[in-house]
Structure formats: C-alpha cells, structure tokens
Design a protein. Structure first.
Length: 243
C-alpha cells in the first residue's frame, strides 16, 4: 500500500465538488503527507517518531522536523538545496503524481490541491494518479501497468520568478502539504498556474521520474504530450507510446 498524498480530515465526497477540511484555507493543520509517512523507509525513523501526526506542520512540536533537510528528497543537480520557506518546510525536489490534468473547482491558480480527483471524487477518476487526499493506492489499483504509470516526478521544488531566471525563487512550499505534481503540465514549462508543481529539473532536456514498478526513467521534455499525460494516471486504460 502506498501512502496518501496528504492525510485530510473531514472529507465529504459529494461529486462533482467534494469538500474537504482543511482544504483550502486550513492547510497548516495538515501533518501527514507522502514524504513524512515515507520517512521510516528513507532511514529517517528518528524524525518520523518525533512528528505528532495529530498536530499541523506549523505547530512548534512539528516545525523543526518539517524544516529539516531530508537528503533522500534532494537532487544533487539542483543548485537550490538548502532552503526553508517562509511558510515552513524544507525544500524537496520530488513530488507525488496526482494525475493527468489540472482542473480545479476553485477558480484561482493557488488551489491546485483541490483538484477533484485528489480529494477522492469519482468525477475525474480516469485522470487520477497514484496519490490523492486520503488515498490508499495498492499495486492492484494501477491497472494501466506499473511500468506505464508515474509515481513520483522530479520538480524544482519552488516557483522561479520567471522561466528565464530559474535560480530566482519567487515562492514555494517545501516539505509541508503541496508536494504534488501532474502531467497536466508539460516538462519544464512554468507559469503562474503551474508554480512549483511543474515536472522539472536541472538535468538538460528533461526530468527524472519514478515509475510504480520502482524503476527510474529520464523523460525528454519534448515527449509526445498525449503520452506524457497518460503516464500521470493509473487507470485511464489508454495505450502508452514510447517515452
């Protein structure tokens, strides 16, 4: 069983607009996410055991642990690797795949965490990725095939001030709650909407992805976009082309 994208209490999955508290205005109370829940498997059991999952990441009990650098979450090719953001949370360079689209039922670019399939709705189930709010994804859930489904993609971990100035950090979330990405955004294509969610890297010409079968692949940024989008969902039934 894979960990959930985030542990969110109070979800009401009334399709097509599921409402979940703390979404969208109480995010600091989120404490469990796929990174923190994976810590025992990253030789970080000491940190994991000190997190109180009944408290939010900004609580004084938890904040030092969310602000701590997790080496397994840092890419050596990324020049920005030691940043703690104003909202708290150390930067991470890998994001869980939520699906293959970017539709949000809130009309602003700042609410991608509210994408319906991430909240558990069946409305966009064919676009759903392996990680969403309160998800309990198993290998059997990945009906498109574990070698054809992205589990985690590399990301910058922050929003550059512009595509031309990738080393200038405009904003970011780090190891808090927004550790997600989607193949709805093309590789290395930044905008106000995509912010730090864009699959991206400082590797020339593409980005690294972790597939559900545990293998790591480098995907060229000029990959066919239909193929790229289909890789983000785990059960859309579409045939994956070469990548």
């Amino acid at each position: 069983m894979f960990p959930p994208l985030e542990v969110v209490n109070g979800c009401h999955l009334s399709s097509p607009f599921p409402s979940c508290s703390p979404i969208p205005f109480d995010w600091p109370n989120v404490s469990g996410n796929w990174v923190t829940l994976s810590l025992p498997f990253l030789e970080e059991s000491t940190t994991y055991n000190q997190i109180d999952f009944n408290l939010g990441y900004t609580h004084p009990t938890n904040k030092p642990h969310f602000d701590r650098k997790i080496k397994a979450m840092i890419c050596h090719s990324n020049p920005i690797s030691d940043q703690v953001f104003l909202t708290g949370g150390h930067i991470v360079h890998y994001s869980a795949m939520t699906g293959s689209a970017t539709t949000s039922f809130f009309p602003t670019p700042f609410n991608l965490e509210t994408i319906p399939w991430a909240a558990g709705s069946t409305t966009y189930q064919d676009k759903r990725g392996m990680f969403y709010h309160n998800s309990r994804t198993s290998m059997a859930s990945v009906t498109d095939g574990t070698s054809n489904t992205i589990a985690v993609s590399e990301t910058f971990g922050y929003q550059p001030t512009s595509a031309a100035t990738p080393l200038e950090v405009m904003t970011g979330q780090g190891q808090t709650f927004s550790i997600l990405t989607t193949t709805g955004f093309a590789i290395n294509q930044f905008s106000l909407m995509s912010r730090w969610f864009t699959p991206s890297s400082f590797h020339t010409g593409g980005t690294q992805v972790l597939l559900a079968d545990g293998s790591v692949r480098f995907v060229n940024e000029y990959v066919d976009q239909n193929t790229w989008q289909n890789l983000g969902s785990m059960s859309d039934g579409k045939v994956i082309g070469d990548f």
